[in-house]
Write a protein that binds this ligand. Structure first.
Ligand code: ARG
Ligand code: ZN
Length: 875
């Protein structure tokens, strides 16, 4: 079935209140739902009430307390249609369903994992619990009573505030929860089981005390302390930066080990993948800590952007997701180094969203069509959606942006809103017309900016000629010019900013050029020397930049731009050009030519003590194989990409071995572990140096020593990665892997790192390793984290292994996707997107990839999720 944005219609009936009673049982859970129904004004009494279901079993049904005749309703697992309805506009429908949480392996609706009952209802999981108008524009007040065996489930949680608890006969007990805030069904949640917890409290700025708790598996409580700290910082930050206060007496977080996504913002009861809650120095890397801080903040921020103001329909998903990602990005930037955080965001966007935009799965930030909404929780909706919000702030400035956000909360609190509503608050707050800007929500694809420069010494003018273009994407052949905000600076030979006397042509406001036409020129006057232009500072728009800036200017920017993002962009441009030239030579049977200037530049930035260690680490880490492949664009040979990249690493390592070794020693950890950004930055730089030094030394000794000495997971995992990826056949690598398994074999979440490091070892032979690891005692395709660690990492982060020239890895991948699809379609569909760039491979690999996709497409009984992805991917 195809869903279309323009088909939106309000429902005939509303459900202002719902009362749910859960009688929990592992295989036979009984759900009694009492819905207060309201017929909308002007709707005939003959209009049927049609409720959504999914795999449901109706046990009983009454309307206003009376059973209906056989002609009064029609029930299937997917739908309950009630035709025999009272004349009055308000009535009550009571529905009893029976569900089986144990056999629910889709992890949607109510399921039971590791003995814990939990729910996931976004997007359409509530209909797997009871029949309902399961769409985000139906807002109801929920009262939930949970009954369960006290031995099996001492903890009983749902949304809102706990109102009552008590004992029942036969060792059972109950809890009643009430959420006073009307909410859509996708925000409903229930958790029940035997869990440990830590508690704390937060006092809001208006003086209300909120009880906080994080529930985890027994014994893991200490590992939740960092998440709790991040939660309290998030609550404070949202008050200070967005003026948003929490609105219930309690806030609960639960970590579960079987979860399809990162986490879920259910009102007052956030449910998390344990990966985004559990951390301590022994088991979590710095990246894990940063991920926890970001996801805790993200889900908490949804309380206002998502829950208080929700989405009218799922086409508006970016209304809550793009905005909330923007908010969590800003939070992390304030907690850590803003520049380093921004560069990490740009890297993520380029790595995940740009390929999506350039391939068969491209779609607008606000899609207009979908077959399976779960396939639209994408980098485009989330990350590009966040960039669109950031551009609004760039265009309006921080004050008007805040004014617009205040207006958004004031005007739409308690509503299910649209992107049009969102854009309008900024127009109203600023008096600006944003209709052209709104094309960012409508047009898929990454715009390219092509730029040329002209300095006239006699006239003292500097001209920047800008041209935007946007390729066709599926379903959109013709594109209109967009409003692109380009932050810029002009830099003089002394490294200082040049302030031109005036600008004509395209609009220039302070440090932003507003490109609105397809092609425009800005002419600056009073420019006394030829400046070096820095464009797209702060990565002010999600575009690609083709600039005819000479190599010397890029070198100058890499060393002198006052904007760190500008420096990093210039360096990345230089490195990428070199790496691509290297790929060409490798494919022609020649060795890459080493550019001593660039090798020197990398050494210079690495040694510059004035710069943040984390920033230097980012500069020292060369563009990845998939970055290089993406920038080449077509006819990719991953083996040649790896060879070119390794040649440059070797040249840099060889040229700077001595200073790198000295710096490696100087950065050694002293004192106890702290996950703060500055310490993490030093570890990142030191671990990047470890890789170079190991290459220069041609020996695993240094990594082996670091592995042994490591007192934290960041250093241990980095050493293991060098051992396995650079010296995979050595005894040291084998010993380190065995030691890791010995030490962490009881902890599947930590063992994911062990699976990942092996799955990402470059080279064709890794397929055998992955196939063998499928039989490891800790591995199971049923658990999403395990499947992502082994299969996901292999398919997305091992260019040479996955894209073996003989196609064997694609065939293995197709078989595995089909196996996963039987249990968990959402997970299978998500993993399958790893093949989205198949058309950009060289012909032999491309044919193998197409055959694997065709094998999937030709399979009977595919889920709707996988069918949608495979059909769009094949095009
Ligand atoms: N709203 C969640 C978040 O981003 C993601 C839930 C996605 N669920 C799904 N079934 N696709 O915070
Ligand atoms: Zn979200």
């Amino acid at each position: 079935q195809l869903f279309r944005l323009e088909d939106y219609r309000p429902t005939d009936y509303l459900i202002p209140q719902i009362s749910l009673v859960f009688d929990l049982h592992p295989e036979r859970t009984i759900v009694r739902a009492i819905l207060s129904i309201e017929r909308r004004e002007g709707v005939e009494a003959s209009a049927p009430l049609v409720l959504d279901g999914d795999d449901l079993n109706l046990v009983a049904l009454t309307v206003n307390g009376a059973a209906l005749g056989d002609n009064g309703y029609q029930a299937t697992p997917e739908r309950l249609e009630i035709t025999q309805l009272p004349e009055q506009d308000r009535f009550t429908v009571e529905i009893v369903t029976e569900i089986n949480p144990t056999t629910n392996r889709q992890l949607m609706g109510l399921y039971r994992s590791s003995g814990v009952y939990c729910t996931q209802c976004e997007a359409e999981g509530f209909r797997r619990i009871t029949y309902f108008l399961d769409r985000p524009d139906i807002l109801s007040i929920y009262t939930v009573r949970i009954e369960a065996s006290e031995a099996e489930a001492p903890v009983l949680l749902s949304n809102g505030n706990r109102q009552e608890t008590g004992d029942l006969a036969d060792g059972r007990h109950f809890a009643v929860w009430h959420d006073p805030h009307p909410k859509p069904s996708y925000l409903f949640a229930l958790v029940a089981g035997s869990l440990g917890h830590i508690s704390d409290s937060f006092t809001t700025r208006s003086g209300r005390k909120v009880d906080l708790a994080i529930y985890v598996e027994h014994g893991k409580e200490p590992r939740a302390l960092y998440a709790m700290d991040a939660l309290k910082r998030s609550m404070k930050w949202d008050e200070e930066v967005f003026g948003r206060e929490y609105d219930l007496e309690m806030f609960n977080v639960v970590a579960v080990s079987d979860f399809n996504m990162g986490a879920m913002e259910n009102k007052g009861l956030n449910v998390f993948n344990d990966k985004y809650v559990l951390a301590d120095a022994e088991t979590a890397t710095d990246a894990d800590y940063a991920g926890i801080e970001a996801v805790i903040a993200h889900e908490y921020f949804h309380n206002w952007t998502g829950n208080r103001i929700t989405c009218r329909d799922w086409f508006q998903l970016c209304l809550k997701e793009g905005l909330t990602v923007f908010r969590d990005h800003e939070f992390s930037a304030d907690q850590r180094s803003r520049a380093v955080k921004r560069i990490a965001e740009v890297k993520t966007l380029r790595a995940h969203q740009f390929p999506e935009d350039a391939g068969p799965l491209a779609h607008p930030v606000r899609p207009r069509r979908y077959r399976e909404i779960n396939n639209f929780y994408t980098a485009t909706v989330y990350e590009k959606g966040s960039e669109v919000v950031r551009m609004i702030r760039t265009i309006l400035g921080p004050e008007l942006f805040r004014k617009g956000m205040d207006l958004y909360f004031e005007r739409h609190d308690g509503e299910a809103a649209t992107i049009e509503d969102f854009v309008r608050v900024f127009e109203d707050a600023s008096g600006q017309n944003l209709s052209q800007f709104a094309l960012w929500y409508e047009q898929a694809g990454t715009p390219n900016l092509s730029v040329s420069y002209d300095y006239d010494a006699a006239e003292k003018t500097f001209a920047i000629e800008l041209e935007q273009s946007l390729k066709a994407t599926p379903g959109q052949s013709r594109k209109k010019p967009m409003h692109i905000p380009i932050k810029f600076g002009l830099i003089g030979s002394d490294g200082k900013e040049i302030a031109p006397a005036s600008a004509t042509g395209a609009e220039v406001a302070a440090d932003v050029i507003h490109l609105r036409q397809r092609k425009e020129t800005v002419r600056f006057t009073g420019v006394t020397e030829r400046p070096v232009p820095s464009l797209l500072r702060g990565f002010s728009a999600p575009v690609t930049l083709a600039s005819e800036l000479p190599r010397d200017d890029l070198m100058f920017l890499a060393l002198n731009d006052s904007d760190p993002i500008g420096r990093w962009q210039a360096l990345t441009k230089l490195l990428t050009a070199k790496l691509i030239a290297g790929v060409k030579r490798v494919r022609g049977g020649k060795a890459p030519v080493i550019d001593t200037d660039i090798v020197g530049l990398v050494g210079e930035i690495t040694a510059d003590e004035r710069l943040d260690a984390a920033f230097r680490a980012l500069c020292l880490t060369l563009p990845g194989e998939s970055d290089i492949a993406r920038d080449i664009g077509n006819n990719i040979d991953p083996d040649a990409v790896l060879a070119s990249r390794d040649a440059l690493i070797k040249a840099i390592a060889g040229a700077h071995a001595r200073p790198f070794a000295a710096l490696y020693d100087a950065l050694a950890n002293n004192g106890t572990f702290s996950p703060d950004a500055a310490s993490a930055g030093r570890r990142a730089l030191r671990n990047s140096l470890l890789d170079y030094l190991s290459v220069a030394e041609g020996s695993p000794s240094r990594a082996e020593a670091q592995y042994r000495a490591a007192d934290n997971m960041t250093d241990r995992a980095a050493a293991l990665s060098v051992l396995v990826h650079r010296f995979g056949d050595s005894e040291s690598a084998g010993q380190a892997l065995a030691a890791f398994e010995e030490r962490f074999g009881g902890d599947p979440l930590v063992m994911d790192k062990w699976f990942i490091v092996q799955a990402t070892r470059p080279g064709a032979a890794t397929l055998d390793t992955v196939q063998a690891l499928m039989h490891h005692r800790l591995f199971s395709l049923d658990n999403p984290n395990r499947a992502r660690a082994l299969i996901g990492a292999f398919a997305t982060a091992n260019q040479t292994g996955f894209n073996r020239a003989d196609g064997a890895a694609y065939r293995f991948f197709a078989d595995t996707i089909l196996k996963i699809d039987v249990e968990n379609p959402q997970l299978a569909a998500r993993l399958l997107t790893a093949l989205r760039s198949w058309r950009s491979l060289e012909p032999v690999r491309r044919d193998h990839a197409r055959a694997a996709l065709a094998q999937i497409a030709g399979t009977e009984k595919l889920s709707a999720d996988v069918k949608d992805i495979v059909e769009r991917t094949l095009g």
